[in-house]
Design a protein around this ligand. Sequence first.
Ligand SMILES: C[S@@+](CC[C@H](N)C(=O)[O-])C[C@H]1O[C@@H](n2cnc3c(N)ncnc32)[C@H](O)[C@@H]1O
Length: 225
Amino acid sequence: MSIDLGYEEIEASCLIRSFTRFCSMTSEYDLHLQRVADRKRRLRTELEETLGAAGEISLEIGCGHGHWLVDYAAANPDRRCLGIDIVRDRVERARRKQARAGQENLSFLLGEAAEVLDQLPQGIVLAEVFLLFSDPWPKKRHWKNRVFNARFLQDLGRRCFGGARLHFRTDHPGYFAWAEEVVAEQELWKVDSSIPWPLERETVFQARAESYQSMILVKQKLNFS
Ligand SMILES: C[S@@+](CC[C@H](N)C(=O)[O-])C[C@H]1O[C@@H](n2cnc3c(N)ncnc32)[C@H](O)[C@@H]1O
């Protein structure tokens, strides 16, 4: 059966369809916002339960299976160490490693760098941060996904006292050059080449790398410090 619609009916039917699509997009977007808010709330609770309300911590971002941080925490029993990664399976493996080693000054959490920095309890201060063989995102159109960027240095700075250290190591020359440029364009973090690397222990990705470059940055006492 064919239905003949006049111009006004067609226009009305198009409007209804657009409106319905708009409503369903809005409700999908609302759902997305709700999921993000729930995830952040859970992360906040987990961070509070793990770290307590106050204290200094050493943070490894993108800890993978936790090899490096397990050794670092063992070598520094007076430090409270936290490793985060966005891949659940890696965090679970890291937790098993930590449990086998019986280290009480070490925890691993599923969490994304920017969200963790945002949700850290107010009294938690980062004394040192490690970003080891962070994904280099080689294609130019993906550079925006690199963890090390101007915003990251700012966000990190808000959670650190002056003198805090950021350790960055990569086997990707392009990513290292990018990091140098990012550092040169701001005042909050400065490279200090006199500081030795705190623990030479190969990470999984370091073991695969032919060569790598490192930099240690120190947070300057510009803001609250
Ligand atoms: C190339 S792997 C290096 C793992 C380990 N650091 C090593 O050297 O063997 C990068 C790790 O960073 C994690 N990662 C990527 N983006 C992240 C982010 N925004 N926040 C937290 N972890 C992230 C990845 O899931 C991955 O485990």
